[in-house]
Ligand binder design. Sequence first.
Ligand SMILES: NC(=O)c1ccc[n+]([C@@H]2O[C@H](COP(=O)([O-])OP(=O)(O)OC[C@H]3O[C@@H](n4cnc5c(N)ncnc54)[C@H](OP(=O)(O)O)[C@@H]3O)[C@@H](O)[C@H]2O)c1
Length: 289
Amino acid sequence: MKSSGKTRVCAIIGDPVEHSLSPVMHNAAFKELKLNMIYVAFTVTRNELKGAISSARILGFQGLNVTMPHKNAVMKYLDETVSTAKSIGAVNTILNNEGRLVGYNTDGIGAMRALKENSISPEGKKLLLLGAGGAGKAIAFQAAQEVEEIVVLNRTSEKAERLAEALGKKFGKKVKGESFSSEILKDEMRDTNILVNATSVGMHPDVNRSLVPRNLLRSDLCVMDIVYSPLKTRLLLDAEAVGAKVVSGLEMLIYQGAVSFEIWTKQPAPIKVMKEAALNKLEEKGVHR
Ligand SMILES: NC(=O)c1ccc[n+]([C@@H]2O[C@H](COP(=O)([O-])OP(=O)(O)OC[C@H]3O[C@@H](n4cnc5c(N)ncnc54)[C@H](OP(=O)(O)O)[C@@H]3O)[C@@H](O)[C@H]2O)c1
């Protein structure tokens, strides 16, 4: 669709943003659904954030994605932040709702949707989450609403403990947050149903690293790694080798984008098209399917 006076604009803001897969994913989706919308990327430094949000408001942008380092700082410039995003302390999606800027976090919903779309049901399950960084926190807040039990292990133990305390208070579920150690991991893995790596371990160029030794993996496990470069991390290769069900970080990436798309357009996202666009872009960068 050609741009016109009626074209609505969405954008990603962050620093850096050049590597983002969001423009190709969303533009492919707009084209597929013949929406008169366009998605662009803007480098916005910390000092420019306030001005950028004010400009997006004045220029009537339909929506924004927010990435590092602004996910937390952006909240103070919005009219409203939905409660889950508030609890997580991070906004990655903004909707311009007739002049009111509303902040959401789609990372956790995206991760849980990626599991469900791959026929992994969280109901009644124990989820072991490795990592309590930005993405880990978002996944924990969504997962805690859906699973039976959640255990968070993090290298910096205080972060896992604080997160578990917040989850316990909010959802009253079985939650535990501990430091990451091989003994604790071995112990927690025994009755885990769903294992999620939400750390950056295994990410390119450190592709041979995994936090989980292969002998702890079982064929009845479901394993998701949110790292998407490489598409199959060492953890996922090991999990596949023992016959476990695996979900790649690309799936989470697609579904968190899909949730943003649905917030802005109120239409179901064309998942296949978004996935193909993201995969093509990753291939251009040397990440092969
Ligand atoms: N697929 C997707 O859609 C998606 C979305 C968001 C992020 N991601 C990916 O997820 C990863 C984490 O992102 P983030 O935004 O959560 O980053 P972050 O906030 O910086 O958190 C990094 C996490 O990794 C842990 N970590 C880092 N190095 C470690 C090591 N050597 N051993 C053990 N733990 C280690 C950190 O532990 P400490 O707290 O102890 O430092 C922390 O829990 C990145 O690779 C990112 O690209 C993917």
